[in-house]
Design a binder for this molecule. Structure first.
Ligand code: ZN
Ligand code: ZN
Length: 363
């Protein structure tokens, strides 16, 4: 694997730092005060000798000089940088818009257009993207969920569309009181069918996983399912399972999506749409991750390598040391199989292992 050299540099740097610090502490008249402070434990902690079996992939908080290459399978069609977005037809009157990082949809019908989400990164281009295929006004706006990075461009759509969202989304929006995310005018609890002309969207709520209110949006004629911030086609999920608020429920939703019927998946992120194979891959990955973290929790001994003082007087330190070693075992277990299968494996594998071990201990 390519980032080995970076990790080696890191270790050499740490060893050198420790060596230099020791020489200075022993010999330096000027450093006598600092040495006393260190002995008294009043100086901030410094990196020690790295843990045994430290993975080559840089841990959180360490600068990386070369990330793993993104596999071609994860890349989507290129986005015209001048235009700032790409439109992709998903079926009769249904389109995805993406800027390569975010995704939203719109659906045209006889008298108007339904927009699903308005990511602020390109929402000002949405009317232009619609104008390329329809001269009808935006009549409806569906929110996938309350997060501003997916709907915070709502007001740049213009007009006064009817806004539809799950009830929990409106509760969060009322709390956030953000003028860029106006409240929905129609809310629902479990299901809502939006029928316009000969087009339809089936909205359904499957409970909190990523965020309360996060809605499954299905276009039956186009066999397209949009679920945002759960599936990342070709990619490692965003950090800590895309900051899922309920990790066991997040796992359950990936399973649920894997069992659903659709041809095209719109995940809300990355540069391309997804398929059933992408969902199956993500499910296989998170199941391997869960197995690896569970095994590491069992086989790692708390307190190993700590001083008696830290072991007896500082339970936080005992856990910090234990959890670090659990995460190391988790990363080492997964890397051979997954490092080249999922884009940005190296970017977030530590995050995933840390949040998996935490969820396994407390959920
Ligand atoms: Zn979100
Ligand atoms: Zn997102």
């Amino acid at each position: 694997m390519k980032p080995l050299s970076r990790a080696m540099h890191e270790r050499v740097f740490v060893f050198l730092s420790v060596a230099v610090a020791s020489v200075v502490a022993v010999a330096g008249v000027f450093w006598a005060g600092a040495a006393v402070a260190a002995r008294n434990g009043t100086r901030a902690s410094t990196p020690g000798v790295p843990y045994a079996n430290m993975p080559a992939i840089a841990p959180i908080g360490v600068r990386v000089d070369k990330y793993l290459d993104v596999p071609d399978s994860a890349k989507g069609p290129s986005v015209d940088q001048v235009k700032g977005y790409r439109t992709q037809k998903l079926g009769d009157g249904l389109y995805m818009i993406t800027d390569g990082a975010y995704q939203s949809m719109f659906m045209t019908y006889e008298n108007g257009v339904v927009v699903v989400d308005a990511p602020p990164s390109y929402a000002s281009h949405i009317p232009q993207a619609i104008a390329e295929v329809s001269n009808k006004p935006i009549t409806h706006l569906v929110y996938s969920h309350a997060h501003t990075d997916h709907i915070g461009g709502a007001t740049s759509l213009g007009g006064r569309p009817i806004i539809i969202a799950q009830a929990e989304t409106n509760r969060l929006l009322a709390r956030d009181s953000d003028p860029n995310r106006p409240l929905a005018t129609i809310t629902f609890e479990d299901r809502y069918r939006l029928s316009v002309g000969n087009q339809a969207l089936e909205l359904s709520y499957h409970g909190n996983a990523h965020l309360p209110g996060n809605t499954f949006i299905y276009a039956p004629r186009q066999r397209t399912l949009m679920v945002v911030d759960v599936i990342f086609p070709g990619w490692m999920p965003w950090r800590r399972f895309a900051v899922a608020q309920d990790i066991p429920a997040y796992f359950a939703q990936v399973k649920e999506i894997n069992a659903m019927t659709f041809d095209t998946l719109v995940g809300g992120h990355v540069a391309r749409t997804g398929t059933h194979a992408d969902v199956a891959t993500q499910l296989a990955f998170i199941e391997d991750l869960k197995t690896a973290a569970a095994a590491a929790l069992k086989t790692t001994t708390p307190g190993e390598g700590l001083t008696p003082t830290d072991r007896s007087g500082n339970p936080w330190a005992v856990f910090d040391n234990y959890i670090d070693r659990v995460a190391i075992a988790c990363v080492n277990q997964l890397t051979p199989k997954w490092a080249t299968k999922l884009a940005a494996y190296d970017v977030y594998i530590w995050d995933q292992c840390y949040s998996m071990e935490q969820s396994l201990r407390i959920d």
